[in-house]
Design a protein around this ligand. Sequence first.
Ligand code: FAD
Length: 392
Amino acid sequence: MDVKTLIIGAGAAGMMCAAHAGSGVLLVDHAKAPGEKIRISGGGRCNFTNLYAGPENFISQNPHFCKSALKRYTQWDFLDLVNAYGIAWHEKTLGQLFCDNSAKDIIAMLRAEMEKAGAQLWLRAEVGEITHDGSSFCVRVTKDGKTTNVTARNLVVASGGKSIPKMGATGLGYRVAAQFGLDVTDIRPGLVPLTFSDDRFKAIAGTTTHGTVAAGGPAFEEALLFTHRGLSGPAILQASSYWQEGDSICINLCPDGTLQEWLRTQRQVAGRKAVTTHLAQHLPNRLVGLLAEEMQITGNLGDQSDAALDELCTLLANWRLRPSGSEGYRTAEVTLGGVDTAGLSSSTMAAKTQAGLYFIGECVDVTGWLGGYNFQWAWSSGWAAGQAIQRA
Ligand SMILES: Cc1cc2nc3c(=O)[nH]c(=O)nc-3n(C[C@H](O)[C@H](O)[C@H](O)COP(=O)(O)OP(=O)(O)OC[C@H]3O[C@@H](n4cnc5c(N)ncnc54)[C@H](O)[C@@H]3O)c2cc1C
């Protein structure tokens, strides 16, 4: 069977590319349905983009690589598409846009766009050997027990990263990159809960608080969640993408900077109450209990000197913890690293080492923050490759 363009992976990036790559597109995926990660994303409502998406929200060895695609296919372009399909949406927080009804609306929209473009979709299709004879790719695809040699001028790899293997993630993209002479950077789980080997938060599992968390990158101010195995919640997930094994993280439990002044005032009006009683007005009770043990917070507020209060506030603003690990690819929302952007064109996503070969979406070394950025990268990179293929 001969097609112009074969796309491996019917996820966010692959479907977007299929909708824009012109005629003669075959999209193959080993899953039983397209866009499975879209379906489960954003708690079933898909945080499909972010109003403030820009290159600064992405992590890559080359922070400039994502600029071209993000600029040419923006969050506003995707929003126009969503609006054209009458999909109701809302901004939840920090520019994050979610469907009002269901993530399935986004999948249906992408399927409709692919159908409009005439793309064929093969599901439950296993990809085998991939070769190139100098003019075309030849890919062995097995579906319903039948193996077909698909020849294609263009091969687009949109097979995602390694996160959530139970949903079909395989890391195929990295193998194809290596086969065709492209480098692959170190990869590791990102947007992932952090774990501690000593069960230190088990007693307060389920407690949430607000704070900033930094782990060698920017500080993220959002919610934190204490779990049986460690720490989670948006602030931790964000910071986890900058965390390296062995590093400590820094949590600021009083990010608005008003605690010190407030404690000094309270010392005058309610000095006979325990320091912990006062802190419990700012932080969850169970967390205060744990902090009291870890930071030896004792005594009444009235007995604390200015220096002691300063020290306490410094401790609460710089709570340093050393996670023993992360929950890994099993629960990570993304895979950090991937196909080295040095081997790709930033305007078309085409490989420099092999004509007709493209890498898009999560398999590329471009990883977004939490908040709709990863889908925006899938849309922008998928569109960029699609445009290039259609024009070629
Ligand atoms: C639980 C969860 C929630 C998320 N929520 C959000 C969110 O709300 N907003 C956001 O921006 N991002 C979110 N993300 C991240 C986002 O889902 C990914 O960044 C995005 O799906 C990447 O798109 P992709 O097309 O590159 O890869 P994928 O969507 O992973 O698609 C890859 C496709 O390739 C197929 N495939 C893989 N290997 C093979 C193979 N060997 N043969 C055939 N097919 C193969 C897979 O079956 C899959 O369909 C979430 C991720 C998870 C895990």
